[in-house]
Write a protein that binds this ligand. Structure first.
Ligand code: NAD
Ligand code: TYD
Length: 352
């Protein structure tokens, strides 16, 4: 079958990538979706079991920093578009070991930009879409929101590496005219998130009656977005976003960490049939993250105004659905938390 277009999705076996790949494969049978992923600890083909045999889907194991492989794939598949999600994504790991963040997030992005630049003789109809984070904007005080005009002020090795890749993507637009688009999104949550991130870590620890580590005073604020709402925003921006533009994506759903953890405790007590208040007893304040950003909040009015996108799932429903998914998928949880996860947990939290 001749496909209308072939899209390279990088990092499609990760948390957000797997939701996006599923959406594209199911909703766009006329597209060929090629998922390139290195399958690091965060990438898992189990996340895509339900679509792996679809005729419009191809998985390729590969590393975006492998220039020869990437050039060869561009020559072979003649991609019409790239949606670039592959990254090292966890702030705490970037503090412990920044180098892999520099390699994948910065060098890997440039390898992809170069391949697009060299293989796309004519930019008509082509699109290089870079997925980024609101963490590039730094930290807010008690009030205010990040807009697309907020100056970059990254504080962690992770956010600095993402900021750097955003700048390089824009540089390829201005210097070479590469047709790029960028979006910066707030914290995602939902099924298939690796349990190093706050929400699945707390859910998993409640299951095991383990302490729930809350960094510092717990009054740090994040805006949380249901992951499928992010995936639908990405599909929309890929098709309708204006070339050279940036779109902020957010959930309009701010929580202080301690409030979010308490909410999860209450949901889990209900789902597990435990006495109300049981899980809150597991909350443990631990040493703060170095350079911890106080507050993130997104002004998502541009994507709403230009593309009509808004989040559809509110926190009460999203958190419950997330907790239910992890309880229904304990085998997935057990598999991803065996082996190397134990060592990571030990190094990050000690015996906690
Ligand atoms: P994730 O860590 O769950 O998944 C990352 C994926 O990239 C994994 O499948 C991994 O195997 C793959 N990968 C890593 N290094 C690679 C390499 N060198 N070559 C090929 N594949 C590689 O991350 P996520 O949470 O799904 O985030 C996806 C993207 O969205 C990232 O670019 C991240 O910066 C961005 N983002 C994430 C959030 C969030 O809340 N999770 C918010 C905003 C933006
Ligand atoms: P995280 O899920 O790592 O996302 P990010 O750092 O990209 O925002 O963390 C969300 C918030 O929760 C952040 O303020 C750090 C905090 N946090 C804890 O308090 N305890 C934990 O064990 C983790 C992983 C995070």
């Amino acid at each position: 079958m001749a496909f209308q277009q072939t899209i390279l999705v990088t990092g499609g076996a990760g948390f957000i990538g797997s939701h996006l790949v599923r959406l594209l494969v199911n909703e766009y049978p006329e597209y060929h979706i090629v998922n390139l992923d290195k399958l690091t600890y965060a990438g898992n083909l189990e996340n895509l079991k339900d679509i792996e045999d679809n005729p419009n889907y191809t998985f390729i194991k590969g590393d975006i920093t492998d220039e020869e492989h990437i050039q060869q794939l561009f020559a072979e598949y003649r991609f019409d578009g790239v949606i670039h999600l592959a990254a090292e994504s966890h702030v705490d790991r970037s503090i412990a070991n920044p180098m892999s963040f520099i390699e994948t997030n910065i060098v890997g992005t440039v390898v992809l930009l170069n391949a697009a630049r060299h293989h796309w003789e004519d930019y008509t109809g082509k699109r290089f879409y870079h997925i980024s984070t609101d963490e590039v904007y730094g930290s807010l005080g008690e009030t205010g929101y990040f807009t697309e005009e907020t100056p970059y002020d990254p504080r962690s090795p992770y956010s600095a590496s993402k900021a750097s890749s955003d700048h390089l993507v824009r540089a390829y637009y201005h210097t070479y005219g590469l047709p790029v688009v960028i979006s910066n999104c707030s914290n995602n949550y939902g099924p298939y998130q690796f349990p190093e991130k706050l929400i699945p870590l707390v859910i998993n620890n409640i299951r095991h009656n383990k302490p729930l580590p809350v960094y510092g005073d717990g009054l740090y604020t994040r805006d949380w977005l249901w992951v499928e709402d992010h995936a639908s925003a990405i599909a929309l921006i890929y098709h309708k976003g204006r070339i050279g533009q940036t779109y902020n994506i957010g959930g309009n759903n701010e929580w202080k960490n301690i409030g979010l953890v308490q909410q999860l405790c209450d949901i889990m007590d209900q789902l597990l049939g435990r006495k109300a208040g049981t899980s809150r007893g597991l909350i443990t304040f631990v040493r703060d993250r170095p350079g911890h950003d106080r507050r993130y909040a997104i002004d998502a009015s541009k994507i709403k105004r230009e593309l009509g996108w808004e989040p559809t799932i509110q926190a009460a429903e999203g958190l419950r659905r997330t907790a239910e998914w992890y309880l229904e998928n304990t085998e997935w949880l057990e598999r991803v938390t065996s082996g190397a996860y134990q060592q990571y947990y030990q190094e990050q939290y000690g015996e906690a």
